[in-house]
Design a protein around this ligand. Structure first.
Ligand code: HAM
Length: 498
């Protein structure tokens, strides 16, 4: 569209009903200007056509000023009604299920004395960039904002937690016990239970150096599983410690800087060919001998075997034994097993690491966590011992589906209030307000509807009572109450409604 005149064009949008928008692009100084008419309709096809509707200049009354020529472009758009790939809508029934799940996250966190926190979904990109070659780095949704700042949608909550702990400094007494339920974004290859957006329940303990921290965290996840009907037959926890790797690598004088990288490579075992794993380990200065030894240790599934290899005096074996002993006291020994192949894919873990797994082996990790005693110093803070876990909303829902444990979470509005006469709509509003004031949920019928419709709606919202406002009763300050489960009907004074 060639704009007449040289001035900056400005766009005028005129909104009409039925999705029609007329946009007029007007160069400020143009005598002749073009009109762009954009029509958004809900037609099947999207087309962008320049209509031949070009108005010729008409002479004004005076004959001196001419109307501009108008070029109208019809723009017919059918939007994609699906959310972006890997993301979800939460229509009411999905939202009820989500609330049910989150309420359980929150209730369990409170049972353990944790306080809820949250952070922005958008953070500075630098917060998530670590040098160890993590997968999470390649999956980052990042961009430059309008102020030329590099920002990212959070792929996890732990770096934000560390940022906030540093920011609060000594004003928060230790130990900190915080939980959060927040949305995270990862540009991930989609598999069952893995999406590009998910919600994560996190519980973290800052300021406790002992494995009592990890033991408490695992206890809270077990409590959660039990609450939602998942048993020890369905899931378990695989537990190890990064100190196991550290102790093996220290035998071969592997540089400290290679440690996190080695963990990230080892976490890929089973996901990429073994040859690739070996190549990557060699590239971070591990000798063939060290690799062989490492692989042998990683295949261990018993603590006794590990103790034979590493001796009983090291931290790795000591802490793992302490954790297993505490598990007995908490009463979840059956849920946990030692598995040296667990290292987790995040660079910052330094000690115990664990993941929740589905015993049928159909699903990816249900949750994961561990100790990260040195994350704070990577952000310039003083290190404080810390441990925590992340528990996603998607895998557990798949698990509940698998085990046919997905709950029905019905809509429940206790009362439905309806006037029998359009003139009594105001009276019905009074009744609804009285009930709501007493903490009762009320669906107020807002239009004059036949009783058949009202009963159908009452059934859909699982109302317990139907309250009818009819003129003869209302004149006496009364309403009719019908208990929907029994059909029993009686009159009640409005003020006595409970
Ligand atoms: P993570 O192992 O990367 O750890 O993720 C924790 C959990 O989040 C996973 O086990 C899974 O349930 C869920 N999750 C992760 N990515 C996805 C995805 N793309 N789709 C669906 N669910 C997903 C962390 O994020 C650590 N920050 C956890 C932590 C907290 N460690 C210490 N404190």
């Amino acid at each position: 569209m060639a704009a007449a005149g040289a001035a900056t064009p400005c766009l005028h949008l005129i909104f009409h009903h039925h999705h029609r928008i007329t946009a007029t692009l007007r160069p400020f100084s143009a005598i002749h200007h073009h009109r762009l008419s954009l029509l958004f309709t809900r037609n099947k096809h999207r087309s962008f056509s320049t209509s031949p509707e070009i108005e010729t200049p008409r002479a004004g009354r005076s004959g001196s000023v001419s109307s501009p020529p108008v070029q109208t472009v019809d723009y017919v758009e059918k939007i994609d009604v699906n959310p972006p790939k890997g993301t979800r809508d939460f229509p009411p029934e999905e939202m009820r299920l989500r609330n049910w799940l989150f309420n359980n996250f929150r209730e369990v966190s409170r049972l353990f004395g944790f306080e809820e926190v949250d952070y922005p979904v958008l953070e500075t990109e630098a917060l998530f960039i670590r040098k160890a070659g993590e997968e999470i780095r390649d999956q980052l949704y990042c961009f430059e904002d309008r102020g030329n700042r590099r920002v990212a949608l959070r792929p996890e909550l732990t770096p934000s937690l560390a940022r906030l702990v540093i920011q609060k400094g000594k004003s928060v007494p230790l130990p900190i016990k915080w939980f959060a339920v927040g949305q995270c974004w990862r540009y991930e290859r989609m598999t069952r239970g893995r999406r590009r957006e998910h919600y994560q329940w996190n519980m973290d303990i800052i300021g406790v150096p002992d494995v009592t921290g990890e033991a408490e965290l695992i206890s809270s996840i077990v409590t959660f599983f039990k609450r939602i009907g998942i048993t020890v037959k369905d899931v378990g926890f695989k537990i190890s410690s990064r100190k196991v790797l550290q102790e093996v690598l220290s035998l071969y004088s592997v540089p400290e800087t290679s440690f996190a990288k080695a963990c990230i490579v080892i976490d890929k075992m089973g996901k990429i060919p073994m040859e690739e794993i070996k190549k990557e380990l060699i590239s971070i200065e591990l000798s063939n001998e060290a690799i062989e030894d490492l692989l042998e240790v990683l295949s261990m599934k018993s603590l006794t075997q590990l103790e034979e290899k590493l001796g009983g005096s090291g931290e790795a074996v000591g802490e793992l034994k302490q954790l297993f002993s505490l598990a007995e006291k908490f009463g979840y020994s059956e849920w946990i097993q030692f598995d040296a192949s667990i290292v987790r894919g995040l660079a910052y873990y330094t000690g115990i690491v664990f993941e929740g797994f589905d015993r049928e082996g159909k699903l990816r990790a249900i949750c994961g966590g561990g100790r990260y005693d040195r994350l704070l110093s990577t952000f310039g803070g003083d290190d404080i011992p810390a441990c925590g876990f992340g528990f996603g909303d998607a895998v557990v829902i798949e698990l509940l589906k698998e085990r046919q444990l997905l709950p029905e979470v019905p809509l429940e509005v206790e009362n439905i209030v309806c006037s029998l006469d359009p003139d009594l709509q105001g009276a019905a509003a009074i009744v609804a307000t009285v009930l709501r004031g007493k903490g009762q949920c009320v669906d107020l019928v807002l239009e004059n509807k036949p009783l058949k419709w009202v009963f159908k709606r009452a059934a859909r919202i699982n109302a317990r009572r139907l309250i009818l406002v009819g003129s003869s009763e209302w004149q006496r300050g009364m309403v009719s109450v019908k208990i929907l489960s029994t059909g029993v009907q009686f009159e009640v004074n409005v003020d006595e409604l409970e």
